[in-house]
Design a protein around this ligand. Structure first.
Ligand SMILES: Cc1ncc(COP(=O)(O)O)c(C=O)c1O
Length: 428
């Protein structure tokens, strides 16, 4: 992968912070957008803008066609058999809320979560995959069971196995932890869930942008991910769900495009995926994520998915392993830095969280991040929307550096050098 060439596609990387070109190590929060995707946004609004599925005029038809192509392209990207299994939502959080609401409120008997039914989660979940289930517990009387994390930052699979039983209806798990970077063995977890007749939801927010994804191979029933973490704009995300399940589930939001017919007495629902796409969707965001071609002119609107596919997800993954291995080695050479998560780069994604201890005292993670920012290095600090995990690790927060395809090994080296200097000179 020619990273120097790739970097030219990202105008924001020209920005200077603290008098130096910014080193952006916060892609787990959101990624930058390449000029190809920015062009697509501009092209959509300057050439094709119209509402979809309703206007008979040329612009309306073109916008509808581009939007539906985006469904299909995203479906191919994640290996979905049927494009109707791809529902456009705002983000991963909305996708999980949709599933939680729908399973709690009136899915058919086979799917409905009833009091006493069990949902199994991991301690390393992001709040987006915890709080919707806690609300379902409080409102619907379901029981939550949590699977812990082992010393090496991996999921405790024996505890998972012990948590599963005949009342388990659903297992929810992040494919990749946004703090530990751990890649969870989703295929194995899915197999265990299905063995007891439970459904399996994968939070792919930190995996889909970084490695090849195949929902069939993963064996998941639901997968959520966010466009903004994979080069697309904010406000577009995806819920993948197996068709037979989505067919049975009731809508989450009501009104607009999700209806087939309405009388004053009631309404019937549209087909998939529109049943779950109420109101005017983020048409431009979907196209900027999935990409599409104007069939009349042949003009290409490149989406984030096209960009990633051109590079190849295997290559994206290989590049991140290289960056992660370098960061892990560099940080391990700093005795004051305590790292979390597996220490082998192959077992994790490009997320490296650590704390700094100086003279036996934990340094505030926000202070470390602030001092790195002074050097033009953007990292995140805090609980990373995974407070229970921070509690489990016994720290108020960590510093997190997260990488993507536009980062270089040179940037990693400069980050490690800057941290060393900060510990020596600025933390007194
Ligand atoms: C593992 C994980 N799940 C879910 C989310 C929520 O993503 P969004 O804010 O795009 O809904 C994040 C965001 O950081 C995440 O890292």
């Amino acid at each position: 992968m020619d990273v120097q060439r790739i970097r030219q596609d990202f105008p924001i990387l020209q920005r200077q912070i603290g008098g130096r070109p910014v080193i952006y190590f916060d892609s787990a929060a959101t990624t930058h957008k390449p000029r190809q995707v920015l062009d697509t946004i501009q092209t959509f609004y300057t050439t094709y803008n119209a509402n979809i599925h309703r206007s008979p005029h040329t612009l309306g038809q073109e916008a509808t066609d581009l939007y539906e192509q985006a469904h299909r392209n995203v479906a191919r990207f994640v290996g979905a058999e049927d494009w109707r299994e791809v529902v456009f939502v705002r983000n991963s959080t909305e996708g999980i809320n949709l599933v939680a609401y729908s399973l709690l409120h009136g899915a058919g008997d086979r799917l409905r979560l009833a009091p006493g039914d069990e949902v199994v989660l991991s301690v390393m979940e992001h709040h987006s995959d915890l709080v919707p289930w806690q609300m379902a517990r409080d409102r619907g009387g379901i029981v939550l069971k949590y699977v812990g994390v082992r010393e090496d930052g991996t999921l405790d699979l024996s505890q998972l196995q012990a948590s599963l039983g005949e009342r388990t209806r659903l297992v929810c798990c992040a494919h990749v932890s946004n703090v530990l970077g751990t890649i969870n063995p989703v295929r194995e977890i899915g197999r265990l869930a299905h063995e007891v007749g439970a459904l399996f939801l994968v939070d792919g927010a930190q995996s889909v942008p970084h490695m090849p994804t195949d929902v069939e191979e993963m064996g998941c029933d639901f997968l959520v991910f966010s466009g903004h973490k994979m080069l697309a704009p904010m406000g577009i995300g995806v819920l993948y769900g197996r068709r037979e399940l989505l067919e049975e589930m009731p809508p989450f939001l009501y009104g607009g495009d999700m209806i087939a017919d309405v009388t004053l007495e009631g309404a019937t629902w549209n087909e998939l995926p529109w049943k779950f796409e109420a109101g005017t969707p983020n048409v431009c965001g979907a196209i900027a994520l999935g990409g599409a071609i104007d069939r009349k002119s042949g003009r290409r609107l490149e989406g984030a998915v096209d960009y990633l596919q051109r590079l190849g997800m295997e290559a994206v993954r290989a590049h991140e392993i290289e960056l992660t291995a370098r960061a892990l080695a560099g940080l391990q050479a700093i005795p004051e830095a305590r790292l979390y998560g597996p220490l082998e780069a192959e077992r994790r994604c490009g997320v490296v969280a650590f704390v700094v201890e100086k003279d036996g005292e934990l340094v505030d993670a926000h202070l470390v991040a602030q001092l790195l920012d002074d050097e033009g290095i953007a990292v995140r600090a805090g609980g990373h929307c995974a407070y229970p995990l921070a509690q489990h690790l016994g720290v108020p927060g960590t510093v997190r550096a997260s990488f993507y395809l536009y980062n270089t090994t040179d940037e990693v080296d400069r980050f490690v050098t800057a941290l060393r200097r900060i510990i020596d000179d600025r933390l007194l």
